[in-house]
Design a protein around this ligand. Structure first.
Ligand code: ADP
Length: 397
C-alpha cells in the first residue's frame, strides 16, 4: 500500500494540452475516482501514474519513491482496463496466475495467491472454466483477480465496468466497494459516469479540460461545488442556473427576484451580476413547502413537461411570459426561463397548470458568472455544515 502524489503534472501532445498542471495527493488506502467528460484528461493522468505516459512536466511519487521515470513494471502497480484481455485458450487458474508464473514464483506461493484472490472476487470453484464459458461480470472478476495476485501498492482501474450491461455495472459497483474495504489498498479509478464516481469513492477528482476542478468527498462536491463546472456535472438531472443582478436586498433575475443580503456574501455588491444555482430537489411547490426553513418569495410558473420516474417526478417549469422552452439534450433546464423541480410521485400536478414555487434559499448556490467560482454566502454554509439540509422545521423567516 502507498500514497500517490502528483506534482505539477502536465502532458502536452503537439497542439493539445491533455493534462494541465495537475496537483493531488491520494492517501494510502484511499479510493479516488477521476471523473469528467470524455477527453478531459482522466486516462492520461492515470497513465502517468501507471508509467504508460511520460509527463511533459511534473513528478509522480508512489510512497516515498519518485517513479516519474520508472517503467510500469518497476512501480508495483496493477491495472484493470475496460477491455478485458483474458487469454481465450487458458482456464481461470492459468489466466489469474499467468504473471506470477512468468516471474517464476514457486508453485505454493502461486496457489496461495490465486486462492486468496479467487476468494475475494468470489470465483471459487471456477478455476477450470474457460473464458468463453463465463459471463461478462465473471470475466471482469478474473481480470481483477489477475491484478490482485500481484499484491500491488496501488490499483489503477480505467473504466473497468464500461462494457458491462447496466444492471451488472450497478452490481459490480458494490463488489468493488466491498473489495476496497477488504483489501484496504489505494485505488485510483477512472470513469465518465458521475453516478459511479459518487457511489464508490472516498473522494472524487472532477476534471475538465485537463484541469482539476475539485477534489473532495462525493457529498461535498454535491453540496458545496467549488465552481459552475462541478455544480453542473455532479448530480442528475443537472442543477438549474439562472443569471441575476445583485440589488440591495435581493437578487433579480429576468422573471423573478429572491430576497438576499449581499453583505453576507464575499465580494458581492449591488450592481454585480451573479449566477444562481439551485438543484431540482430544492425547488418546492408553495403548497408543499411548509418544512422549508428559508423559503424564497413566491415565483409564478407554469408546468410544461412532467417526467414521472417512479420514485419522483421531474417537473419542467416555465417562468416569465415570453418564455424560451427549448430543451437541453443533456437533461435539466436549458434556459433562464426554465426551472426544473423534483416532487413526490403522489403530488397532484398537471401539465399547463399555473403554480407558485419557492426555492430553499439555504440551498441556493451563487457563482461568479465570469470565472465560475462559487461564492460562499451565510445561508449556504449554515446548511452544508450539518451535511444535510434541515427539513420539517418551522419557517423562521
Ligand atoms: P479522457 O480519459 O478524459 O477521455 P484522455 O486523457 O484520453 O481523456 O485525453 C485527453 C486529451 O488528450 C484528448 O483531447 C485526447 O484527444 C488527447 N490525447 C490523448 N492521447 C493522445 C495522443 N497519444 N496523442 C495526441 N492527443 C492525445
Amino acid at each position: 500500500m502507498a500514497n500517490v502524489t502528483l506534482e505539477g503534472i502536465t502532458k502536452r501532445y503537439e497542439d493539445v494540452t491533455a493534462v494541465d498542471d495537475m496537483n493531488m495527493e491520494i492517501g494510502d488506502g484511499e479510493f479516488v475516482t477521476f471523473v469528467g467528460p470524455s477527453g478531459c484528461g482522466k486516462s492520461t493522468t492515470m497513465e502517468t501514474i501507471a508509467g504508460l505516459t511520460k509527463p511533459t512536466e511534473g513528478t509522480v511519487h508512489i510512497g516515498e519513491r519518485d517513479v516519474t521515470r520508472l517503467p510500469p513494471k518497476d512501480r508495483n502497480i496493477a491495472m484493470v482496463f475496460q477491455n478485458i484481455a483474458l487469454f481465450p485458450h487458458m482456464d481461470v487458474y492459468d489466466n489469474i496466475s499467468f504473471g506470477l508464473r512468468l516471474r517464476k514464483y514457486d508453485k505454493d506461493e502461486v496457489d496461495r495467491r490465486v486462492e486468496e484472490a479467487a476468494d475475494i472476487v468470489q470465483l471459487e470453484g471456477m478455476m477450470e472454466r474457460m473464458p468463453e464459458e463465463m459471463s461478462g461480470g465473471q470475466r471482469q472478476r478474473v481480470a481483477i483477480a489477475r491484478a490482485l495476485v500481484r499484491e500491488p501498492d496501488v490499483f489503477l482501474m480505467d473504466e473497468p465496468l464500461a462494457n458491462l450491461d447496466a444492471k451488472l455495472r450497478v452490481h459490480m459497483r458494490t463488489e468493488l466497494q466491498r473489495l476496497h474495504r477488504r483489501l484496504d489498498t489505494t485505488i485510483v479509478y477512472v470513469t465518465h459516469d458521475q453516478a459511479e464516481a459518487m457511489t464508490m469513492s472516498d473522494r472524487i477528482a472532477v476534471i475538465n479540460a485537463g484541469q482539476l476542478m475539485q477534489i473532495a468527498p462525493p457529498l461535498e462536491c454535491y453540496n458545496e461545488p467549488a465552481n459552475l463546472f462541478v455544480a453542473g456535472f455532479i448530480g442528475s438531472p443537472s442543477m438549474n442556473f439562472v443569471e441575476a443582478d445583485v440589488r440591495s436586498g435581493e437578487l433579480e433575475t429576468e422573471n423573478f427576484t429572491i430576497e438576499f443580503d449581499p453583505a453576507t456574501t464575499d465580494g458581492l455588491a449591488p450592481g454585480d451580476r451573479v449566477t444562481i444555482g439551485v438543484r431540482p430537489e430544492d425547488v418546492y411547490l408553495e403548497r408543499t413547502a411548509d418544512g422549508v426553513e428559508h423559503p424564497s418569495g413566491l415565483i409564478d410558473a407554469r408546468t410544461d413537461v412532467l417526467e414521472p420516474m417512479g420514485n419522483e417526478v421531474f417537473v419542467y417549469l416555465v417562468t416569465g411570459d415570453d418564455a424560451d422552452t427549448s430543451m437541453d439534450v443533456e437533461g435539466g433546464a436549458a434556459t433562464d426561463d426554465q426551472l426544473l423541480m423534483s416532487v413526490d410521485p403522489d403530488t397532484e400536478i398537471d401539465i399547463d397548470e399555473d403554480v407558485s414555487v419557492v426555492l430553499d434559499r439555504s440551498r441556493v448556490h451563487l457563482f461568479d458568472p465570469d470565472t465560475g467560482t462559487a461564492l460562499r454566502h451565510g445561508l449556504i454554509s449554515a446548511a452544508s455544515a450539518t451535511g444535510t439540509p434541515e427539513r420539517g422545521v418551522g419557517d423562521t423567516d
